[in-house]
Design a protein. Structure first.
Length: 235
């Protein structure tokens, strides 16, 4: 199967400074792939480079098997959905307006998140963080993307909301969408993912099936918390 997106020997960063190096990853249709790692590991940099927001400093990115340097707006039109770390909603617009300006199918978005129905005419700035994030995800999925890149969907949200969001991501993947999910909640992400990559200091330190990594959760967590290199932590 041709990967929806693939990075081969990717280097990425800011100006001429690479903070991500030698990165190989791919996402296939129908799978949730978690990109894990501590703060500063390079997850956001990777995501922004994969979607065309940051320039490629080395290696390449392929979309549907084709090498590309297309900017985000072109990739968005070609089926890439992005939810960034900053909540991707307009606070001064209401829910309906947010869906409209993002080109989402409102019926689909509200079917995915019926919780938003009663707030259709409510200014989004008045909603809870969880509701705002549901809307951010609804906006992206309401455009029927083939590939979704999501950065820290669960940041600062209550566990029940986190589960709700990741469940929606899982359902989208079960419907054929390929998802790359950046997460700090490692255990939670591995519950919903098929595979995962663990980043450390700008590189992929570890990768495997979610099932495999779930069995090594203590080791993986410990190696983050201690700040020791993964090899020394016996992972
Ligand atoms: N706009 C920027 N300019 C320069 N360096 C940056 C910028 N954003 C992030 N970095 C650096 O890149 C590294 C990786 O950051 P980031 O990709 O945001 O990590 P993560 O998302 O895993 O927390 C960090 O060392 C960070 O300081
Ligand atoms: Mg980040």
């Amino acid at each position: 199967m041709t990967a929806l997106i693939e990075a081969i020997g990717l280097a990425a960063g800011y100006g001429s400074l690479a903070v991500v190096r030698d990165l190989d990853l791919h996402v296939e249709p129908g799978e949730v792939v978690a990109l894990l790692g501590p703060n500063g590991a390079g997850k956001t940099t990777t995501l922004l480079t994969l979607c065309g927001e940051l320039p490629i400093l080395g290696g390449e990115v392929r979309v549907g098997g084709q090498v590309t340097k297309a900017p985000l707006h072109r990739r968005a039109r070609a089926g890439l959905g992005l939810v960034t770390e900053e909540r991707s909603v307009f606070m001064s617009l209401n829910v309906d307006e947010n869906l409209r300006v993002s080109g989402s199918d409102p019926a689909l978005a509200l079917e995915l998140f019926p919780e938003l129905e009663t707030f259709r005419k409510t200014r989004v700035g008045l909603l809870s963080g969880g509701q705002q994030q549901m809307l951010a995800l609804a906006r992206a999925l309401g455009r029927r993307p083939s590939l979704l890149l999501a950065d820290e969907l669960s940041l600062g949200l209550a566990p029940l909301v986190v589960t709700r969001l990741l469940r929606a991501v899982r359902d989208a993947a079960d419907g054929g969408v390929g998802v790359l999910l950046v997460e700090q909640h490692i255990a939670k992400a591995l519950e919903f993912a098929d595979r995962a990559y663990v980043m450390s200091r700008g590189r992929i330190a570890l990768s495997g099936t979610a099932q495999d990594l779930r069995g090594r959760l203590d080791d993986i967590t410990q190696s983050y918390l201690s700040g020791a290199p993964l090899a020394q932590a016996g992972v």
